[in-house]
Design a protein around this ligand. Structure first.
Ligand SMILES: Cc1cc2nc3c(=O)[nH]c(=O)nc-3n(C[C@H](O)[C@H](O)[C@H](O)COP(=O)(O)OP(=O)(O)OC[C@H]3O[C@@H](n4cnc5c(N)ncnc54)[C@H](O)[C@@H]3O)c2cc1C
Length: 218
């Protein structure tokens, strides 16, 4: 898996803070840019539930070599934009798939996994000689690799990190979300200061008996 931050709102912390302040001022956000401490301003405004202020910051990621199983979960996040590699237009003649750690760690599972992928791709290539890739792809597995471009605003990202950086999220999407959070913190430390699952952002876990009992650290 490779996650890259392709583009982001420059100076996002200050822009969102100025936008927030402008709601309560005669001055414009242009005038207020750099005025006051963004951490204090955003802490107060966003803390009050005025979350739309951080929608002014946008982040675009390129994600390579993840499974279709991951992207199926990812695209459930509706307040985001996605562009995914097409299985209709991109031929997938070579076997490319993600191997879960549990499979990798067990010799027999690994053998079964490889044999299955081999069979699947042989079938795909045979079918693709006769029928269009859009139909041949029906035999491809969830583990098949794909590339996807994601754009989310900071509000949606905080929500996404809350759900997907949690230990109870599926491991592959969690690994991707962790890396996205690391990249966001580098460029926008104030907005993402407390980002993460509830054990990080709120200091408590809402999962009750299902809690993993292992608060995360970022
Ligand atoms: C650990 C885990 C397990 C899961 N297991 C399953 C499963 O077994 N089966 C399954 O189907 N899904 C499952 N999901 C997916 C989950 O149900 C959500 O579809 C997914 O997490 C996207 O969340 P969301 O709808 O809050 O986010 P987004 O779509 O990104 O939306 C963000 C927020 O915008 C608001 N919003 C967006 N659209 C609407 C709308 N139409 N109406 C009202 N408000 C809206 C809501 O406040 C929402 O929280 C799982 C998710 C997690 C994290």
């Amino acid at each position: 898996m490779k996650v890259s931050l392709l583009a982001y709102t420059q100076n996002a912390d200050a822009i969102c803070a100025a936008a927030g302040k402008s709601c309560y001022s005669e001055r414009s956000s242009q005038d207020l840019l750099g005025d006051g401490n963004p951490e204090k301003v955003l802490g107060k405004i966003v803390g009050m539930g005025h979350h739309s202020v951080i929608e002014h910051a946008s982040f675009t990621f390129s994600v390579e070599g993840v499974s279709r199983s991951l992207t199926h979960q990812l695209v459930r996040h509706r307040v985001a934009s996605f562009s995914q590699q097409s299985q209709r237009y991109v031929p997938l003649n070579e076997p490319t798939f993600v191997v879960p750690h549990t499979v990798e760690e067990d010799e027999e599972c690994m053998r079964i996994y490889r044999e299955t992928m081999d069979t699947v791709w042989k079938a795909y290539n045979k079918l693709a000689e006769k029928i269009p890739p859009e139909d041949a792809r029906y035999v491809l597995p969830n583990g098949c690799t794909t590339n996807i471009t994601i754009t989310m605003n900071a509000r949606e990202l905080l929500h996404f990190f809350r759900l997907r950086c949690c230990n109870r999220a599926q491991w592959e999407i969690r690994e991707m979300a962790d890396e996205m959070l690391r990249l966001c913190k580098q460029v926008s430390p104030t907005i993402f200061a407390k980002a993460g699952p509830p054990c990080v952002s709120e200091g408590r876990c809402p999962e009750g008996k299902l809690s993993c009992g292992k608060p995360r650290k970022f």
